[in-house]
Design a protein around this ligand. Structure first.
Ligand SMILES: [Zn+2]
Ligand SMILES: [Zn+2]
Length: 329
């Protein structure tokens, strides 16, 4: 197999040839067809996540085809499956029994603690694999697996908000906005000040209002979701929601949140994070996406150009999602 490997945070990924791994009990070996690039991959390669086991293969928005299945596996060779960020949970702790395996203390994450999809082969736990609707190509489906899933969980946590703000208009936002508009919500897109490309992209999707992240929306919002990893947005988002409104932080990493007056939280405003995803989120969202239908905007790169894809994401040169593609071998 070929893989782009992180040996040291802060260093480029390195192309490596390895023997294909053998699937154990409950595991499948997938031939990876596409893997989207997520902001979390940037946090990983930049060393902003704790306790990274090195070397590691990043990538957790994987679309692949079953090559071989270990014992006790329900999937069959040739089936197309998606593999998301949550790659393992213990199955028996209080969180797991509560269907909140996203919070399991023993959870393991694809492309962080488990080798991921920046490779042409990947091992996956069969419990955390999901069939992909035939309406989607491999490349189009890949961003659904994280930007879509965690975006969807963030949207659910925003409640029944009719006036919905979104800070940071990248891969997750472009999917969430489509679902929210389909659900008859009004969407207010906040981008980096002066980011004309992101603002044009949001307008193309038909959002209600577009502005800079330091702008005041034309009316108070019922909820906002923050996808940008910028803690300074938290007080701004709180100031933009009405009493009883909700601010959801959808990213795994955020810069420090500056102190702010209690009056911004007062009035039963709620500030919360969203961590990872559950299997129920995956089932619900992957069933919903083709009905909307969610259309993903993607920019493809060959696997070997993973470093270029990461650089383009870091510099904000992308509208939508970067997706790595693998030669079929
Ligand atoms: Zn992700
Ligand atoms: Zn557990």
């Amino acid at each position: 197999m070929r893989a782009m490997v992180l040996r040291q945070p802060g260093r480029p990924l390195e192309l490596e040839q390895r023997a294909d791994p053998e699937p154990g009990a409950g595991q499948v070996l997938l031939r990876v067809r596409a893997c989207a690039v997520c902001r979390t991959d940037l946090h990983l390669v930049d060393g902003e996540l704790p306790d990274i086991p090195l070397p590691i293969i990043p990538g957790h928005e994987i679309v692949g085809e079953v090559l071989r299945a270990g014992p006790d596996v329900k999937w069959r060779p040739g089936q197309r499956l998606g593999v998301p960020w949550l790659g393992y949970a213990c199955g028996h702790c209080g969180f797991c029994e509560d269907a909140r395996e996203n919070l399991c203390d023993e959870a393991r994450f694809t492309g962080y603690q488990l080798d991921g999809g920046f490779a042409d082969r990947v091992l996956a736990d069969q419990r955390f694999c999901f069939p992909i609707d035939a309406a989607y190509s491999d490349v189009a489906a890949a961003p659904l697996l994280c930007a879509g899933l965690i975006g969807y969980r963030s949207l659910v946590m925003a409640g029944d908000a009719r006036e919905l703000g979104i800070y940071g208009f990248g891969a997750a936002a472009h999917i969430v906005a489509q679902v929210a508009l389909w659900q008859q919500r009004r969407v207010y897109a906040f981008t980096r000040p002066g980011d004309a490309a992101a603002q044009a992209f949001a307008r193309e999707l038909g959002v209600t209002w577009v502005g800079d992240s330091d702008a005041t929306p034309p009316q108070l919002l019922d909820a906002t979701i923050i996808f940008a990893p910028v803690g300074a947005l938290v007080p701004r988002a709180l100031a933009a929601v009405r009493k009883g409104g909700v601010v959801v932080c959808g990213g795994i990493h955020m810069s420090d949140i500056p102190s702010f007056p209690y009056s911004l939280l007062w009035g039963e405003r709620v500030l919360r994070s969203v961590a990872n995803l559950t299997r129920q989120d995956a089932l619900e969202f992957l069933e919903l996406a083709p009905r909307v239908p969610v259309r993903t905007h993607t920019v493809s790169y060959p696997l070997e150009q993973a470093n270029q894809a990461l650089a383009d994401l870091r510099e904000g040169r992308l509208s939508g999602a970067a997706v790595l593609t693998m030669d079929q071998a």
